[in-house]
Design a binder for this molecule. Sequence first.
Ligand code: ATP
Ligand code: ZN
Length: 774
Amino acid sequence: MYAKVIIDIKHEDVNRFFDYIIPQKYEDFLERGMRVLVPFGKQTRMGYVTEIITESLDATKEILEVLDVIPSINEELFSLMNYIKNHVPALYSSIFSTVIPSELAVNYTKVVEMVKPELVPDDLKPYFNKKGIWRLKRKDQVYYPRLKKLRDSKDQEIIKIKTVIKEKGTTKTDKTYTYNQNHHYKRIYHYEIVIDLFNMKKEYTRKELTDQGLTASNINTLVKNQVLFEQEKDVFREIEHQFDLSDKKVVLTDEQQNVVNQIVNSLDKQETFLLKGITGSGKTEVYLEVISKVIEQNKQVLVLVPEITLVAQMAKRLKSRFDDVAIYHSALSSGERFDQYKKIQSGKASIVLGTRSAVFLPMEDLGLVIIDEEHDDSYIQKEQVIYDAVEIALERAKHHQIPVLLGSATPSITSMYEAMNNRFTLLELTKRPLNLEIPTIQYVDMRLELEKNNTSIFSKTLLDAMKKRIEMKEQTILLFNRKGYAPFVLCRACGDVPQCPHCDISLTYYKEKKSLKCHYCGYEKPFDNTCSVCNASKVKEVGTGIEYVEQVLKKQMPKARVLRMDKNATRIKGSHEIIWNNFLNEEADILLGTQMIAKGLDFPKVTLVGVLMADLLLKVPSYKSTENAYMLLAQVTGRSGRFYPGEAIIQGYDIGHFAIKSVNQTYETFYQEALYNRKLMNYPPFKNTSQILISGESYLKTYQRAFMLKKALSSLSCDVLGPSQALITKIKDYYRFTITLKYETIEKQELFDLLEAHEFDDIKIRYFPYLDIV
Ligand SMILES: Nc1ncnc2c1ncn2[C@@H]1O[C@H](COP(=O)(O)OP(=O)(O)OP(=O)(O)O)[C@@H](O)[C@H]1O
Ligand SMILES: [Zn+2]
């Protein structure tokens, strides 16, 4: 028997199947989808078995080891990988590592062993340990050529180089102790506490015992004298939460019950529901009720939220009401994530809650997928292997023949269009349950503030409203969608902005480190207030970042307790949940944040939402920027008045803009206008679009190649636009051009072949299945 294997190396040259002999001991055991170790050239590598075959002409080497007990890739996952493969050109190995958890990957470390110590050059000797072993680090790469020579020297092998492979995910074990009733230890009277403890519970972990005051040497003595039996056991790394498990009990409104009934009647069918419910209309209660019905049928539910910020709130609701909830996202520790994965893989989770990548988790008895805030861009993975988790979820639904429930107050234009054309079933919630209205919205034109000599970033209206909230013990959410502090520096004398020498982008200013850094290539140089162009000592930070807003806020409202939620404030594991929990428990008056706080969150005491520089949202270069701005504003203002009547204040310089104005109107008004624009411009849902990036070191050559590609593409039935300069015209010394495709249908494989044929050593071509990712 033989196995077809994809090798875990991300390189074009090995992007194909390799045949290996299955040793007899693995013949009955090995299955398609398992991870194996195989010899590859002079190395040992991990690989994925994609097929078991009976004949092979190429197989010469045997599989060394099998890493799985259950296949890491089940049949459903294989079909999802196939779906991805048909949509984007990507290496097999990259697709594998996209769909499985990173904990299933392995680390390869090279180890050098002395064979003839006397012949090892003196300057290398200090790197070896006492046992004659040197674990190579990344920085040791400079020694590779010399080491290889020592290994390959003709008649004498002076050293050996081995690859040590370690799985990233590890199972945690802990020592546990039970009490031996029949021991003969005389001095047990010294350990009364032990007797008491084991009267209460049969088994304790080492940590539990030390927490009770026993020292390590106490425990050792008791084990030695056979009072305690010691055993090594796997321990499950449970995720620790900040919240308590108390569930709200609500009686569904007629509208909610209606929606629930419709979904529940279709649980055995593949059907896509679009639940469009205004902000605060109680979509979560609908989810919970439907989930309980799915679980009654012994099936599983996958719940996706677009951002880690939203996990805690949903986790609290789910864990309070249901057992066996697993949680999966990138902010867990590697150990926690590995254990959650194992729990899911073994079928022990009835509900899985996660962010984008959770869409690939193995769930054999999947009965429903819920995608909350379905309009959110975060569902699209924009790096490496590009995919849209919503599309993947719809594929899974096809596989299992089950419904998908998409929920949003502001559905994406494409989802709404599907619903209007009866391909999705539209369900609506039009009211807030406690008869509360959507908050009233007030616009403040900051140009007029300036005329009134107010140069602060806060208008008087907003400042007064926040102060009033503090007096009334109510809370405020403030949105400022720009991260970091003073993102760049500028010479006030000549206007020069320091740029990265390798990329066409201004350098970011890091105040604490006093340095300037390029976001794209990592180039870094110390900040210097002398301008390199005009020599004036006038280089200063520019712009107002969210940390600056926080400072001003504290200055203008010294009594206010402010929490900040942005990428910087949430770098530490668990901080999303801490900030969320603290604000929910009213330990702060104001929650200041980026788009992270704009959607989905439900804080009863928030009666004011303020938006600073709303027009910043429009400055994003995307065909969707108007729509995204509208949706973000409609979402964030919807955080106000969910339990008590509320209001929202939007500040900006261009508040007459369609996107900003529309927040005060219905979603339908906005949808009609946005759809009209998309029709006019041939954007989705009317035409499919994708983009091709052509990059190379020579400006002229790259531009020429892009034109040649355009010509070749005209043989396909699609509109080809461009080539034009990419938004960032140069990255890491590579010039960048884009070509945009618009089409109804396109033969993807033909397109990918064409792109491949146009790749040259000095020209790179990348394909993006969606616009504005380049
Ligand atoms: N039937 C009900 N009776 C009383 N309160 C309810 C009812 N349904 C929902 N609520 C409460 O209303 C609030 C808003 O509900 P929820 O967070 O589910 O809104 P949502 O539709 O998800 O809104 P958004 O799109 O803004 O996130 C919650 O505090 C929820 O507990
Ligand atoms: Zn750079």
